[in-house]
Design a protein around this ligand. Structure first.
Ligand code: PEP
Ligand code: MG
Length: 326
């Protein structure tokens, strides 16, 4: 099987009926680029920049960040790279940043909340990203957006920094895109409104499932409630994809579900545009995509969201489907 997958390395990601989608890689550091290229990723769909902060003894300087971002962007040779601004907080901490203890860190000052409460640190990151954007095709993505106010604030800070750089004569990429993660249920519910203010969405199922099901993603005692294929989660995902398309923007997914054999056919049926996963999953999913015909799975999304009552029913639906195509 591995040998079969290997042959797909330089092939485009297409379905049995020739529909083209993007399979992208999730990375944590520029060192991951070898695996990205070895597995034939068509983009970087998520660069988790918090590792840059976690692997250093003090805040990385604008220059350190610029070098790291530029390395990844150049390494993709014109293919898109989505870089997410830092997602510190929750379970991710920095030794050199003494933040107040919280009762519920995953519901506390995390990701964009932390960035907006520490604007100088955020601005430094944005300047590094804007400068790096001149070296290829960059998408800047904000994590954990829950309200339009947060998105607008983040975008206005980005616009200010861009303006300042441009006035100084610093080159900024012309095809820079600005997007957001959909990982807070509130944002998924209002996806139709958010879609009017960004260039793309990327659905973060790791958190979206945890927040929708109110089940800690790292707690084994509630893992039975952490159900990617629960119809409630699927409805939020479908609504997000539909809202994106109705507003003319693309929608990706960078949570684990994008590279999951059970979730993938359902997501494909919903018309998700981009699937971002760990590099080692890419060829497996490309091979699965090749077996699926979008006409045959047209009804799957609606069934999974509106007929099924449980995650188990959806797992069975996909099992049955796979028996037919294999
Ligand atoms: C997610 O929540 O699905 C996601 C991709 O972000 P992270 O796993 O870094 O929280
Ligand atoms: Mg997340």
């Amino acid at each position: 099987q591995k040998a079969e997958w290997e042959k797909l390395k330089n092939e485009p990601s297409v379905t049995a009926d020739g529909k083209k989608f993007t399979i992208a890689a999730n990375i944590g550091t520029p060192n991951d680029m070898a695996g990205v290229n070895a597995n034939g990723a068509e983009a970087v769909g998520l660069y988790r920049t918090e590792f840059l902060y976690m692997d250093s003894k003090d805040f990385p300087t604008e220059e350190d960040q610029f070098e790291a971002y530029k390395e990844v962007i150049e390494g993709m040779h014109g293919k898109q790279v989505i870089i997410r601004t830092m997602d510190i907080g929750g379970d991710k901490h920095l030794d050199y940043w003494d933040l107040p203890e919280e009762m519920n860190p995953f519901l506390g000052v995390r990701a964009i909340r932390l960035s907006l409460q520490n604007e100088e640190i955020f601005r430094t990151q944005l300047r590094a990203l804007l400068r790096a954007s001149a070296f290829g095709k960059l998408g800047i993505m904000f994590p954990m957006i829950g309200t339009l106010a947060e998105l607008r604030k983040a975008k206005s800070i980005l616009a200010e920094e861009k303006d300042k750089l441009t006035k100084k004569g610093v080159k900024v990429g012309e095809n820079l895109e600005v997007g957001m993660m959909i990982e807070v249920p509130a944002a998924a519910v209002l996806a139709d409104q958010f879609a009017k203010e960004v260039d793309f969405f990327s659905i973060g199922t790791n958190d979206l499932i945890q927040y929708t099901m109110a089940a800690d993603r790292g707690n084994d005692n509630v893992s039975y409630l952490y159900q990617p294929a629960n119809p409630s989660v699927l409805r939020l995902i479908k609504h997000t994809i539909d809202a994106a398309h109705e507003n003319g923007i693309w929608c990706g997914m960078c949570g684990e579900a994008a590279g999951d054999n059970t979730m993938f056919p359902i997501l494909l049926s919903m018309g998700l545009d981009e699937y971002s996963m760990s590099a080692t999953s890419i060829l497996r999913i490309r091979s699965l995509m090749k077996k699926l015909n979008t006409e045959d799975i047209k009804e799957l999304a609606n069934k999974a969201c509106f007929v099924s009552e449980t995650a188990e029913e959806n797992e069975k639906l996909v099992d049955e489907l796979m028996k037919k195509v294999n």
